[in-house]
Design a protein around this ligand. Structure first.
Ligand code: XIL
Length: 350
């Protein structure tokens, strides 16, 4: 089940249809996130958004780092004939460079990104392994010196936390596909910080344990794993304390941590819109406090998966539910929300 279907399924079970989504109150004037947080605060972006001056103004005033929401993924870069199309990825890298923003690379290898150029050579042994290496060398190599970091392998852990996902990479290379990807990424870019990234690490302790076990194996085997990414696509049903426990566990390896795709959906949670919004505020405070409680050298960055609520993937098919989700830090018209204020306040308490 891909990330999109996963959210769609949740949305259909507990939709917001019963609640009429009143506009959330706006928080008072707040200092820009990037000026108040003692670590880089990032946002995901798509090239189409660069044409919207309001988006660009808000992005550049609030955030210091960008992640491509999908234009640096294999589905965007690798053509069916095996050639590469870097136009959109380059545009994002150029945008970041021109604005003095850090660029986080996302993502080299992902179970859900099976492409014709690879399915065609499925089962060919060395040929497949060579193409795998070439892909990583080409992509991570292109942004060498620009991307400060990469999600080298995304979402390797099985949905229920029982072992690891089956995928074209694993079928051809065994579980060694993960370590290989890290070695190839290192070969392509000796300086970028290399991350393993996954989701539901806060809500599913079992999945978190499996994720950490993989990270430990990689380290033991000498793979250049240098950071752990927790996507933190949260739902407003997350119980108090879950975020703190997760952050403590994830920090146990001593590596930098990237909250890599933060959003907090209102599509699932306690009964009623108000209660869900209140939970969203509490969770944002907990996230900030938990992240602040890490040693400074382990706070790699905190990235939010979009800028304004209307920019969120949870507002687009097939994840949109009834279309009223408001999972991000800014309203549709670019104003901070109560969750933003709670996040900022949490930074000072943490
Ligand atoms: C999502 C994007 O937001 C969508 O626009 C795209 O269609 C699918 O991918 N985990 C990840 C992200 O690592 O890359 C996903 O982004 C969300 C889940």
């Amino acid at each position: 089940v891909g990330p999109t279907r996963r959210t769609a399924a949740l949305g259909s079970v507990l939709s917001l249809a019963a609640c009429s989504a009143p506009a959330q109150p706006v928080a008072g004037p707040l200092p820009p996130l990037k000026t108040i947080a003692p670590f880089p605060v990032g946002a995901s972006v798509m090239t189409g958004q660069f044409d919207d001056p309001a988006f660009v103004a808000l992005l550049t005033s609030q955030f210091g780092q960008v992640t491509a929401e999908w234009q640096m993924k294999m589905e965007a870069i690798l053509r069916d004939d095996g050639g590469f199309d870097f136009r959109d990825a380059d545009a994002i890298a150029a945008f970041a460079a021109a604005r003095g923003m850090r660029l986080h690379g996302h993502t080299l290898i992902w179970y859900s990104q099976e492409r014709p150029a690879f399915t065609r050579i499925d089962g060919t042994g060395k040929r497949f392994a060579d193409a795998y290496r070439n892909y990583i060398l080409a992509v991570a190599g292109r942004y060498r010196g620009q991307a400060v970091s990469w999600d080298v392998v995304n979402e390797p852990v099985a949905e229920d936390g029982n072992g690891y996902r089956d995928c074209i990479w694993r079928r051809n290379l065994g579980m060694d596909y993960v370590a290989r990807a890290f070695h190839h990424a290192r070969e392509a870019d000796p300086r970028a910080l290399l991350f393993l990234n996954d989701y539901h690490l806060e809500s599913r302790p079992k999945k978190r344990a499996t994720f950490l076990a993989l990270a430990e194996q990689l380290l033991k085997a000498g793979a250049p794993l240098e950071g752990v990414g927790t996507q933190s696509h949260l739902l407003s049903d997350l119980p108090p304390g879950a975020v703190k426990t997760a952050m403590r566990d994830l920090a146990s390896l001593g590596l930098p941590i990237h909250v890599s795709e933060y959003d907090c959906s209102l599509q699932v949670g306690p009964f009623g819109r108000r209660a869900r919004e209140a939970a969203q505020v509490r969770i944002a405070a907990e996230m900030a406090e938990a992240f602040m409680s890490l040693p400074a050298r382990q706070r790699f960055a905190f990235t939010i998966w979009g800028v304004r609520d209307k920019d969120s993937w949870l507002r687009r098919p097939p994840n949109a539910g009834d279309g009223t989700d408001a999972p991000l830090m800014f309203t549709d018209d670019g104003r901070p929300k109560p969750m933003t204020q709670a996040f900022v306040e949490g930074l000072t308490r943490g």
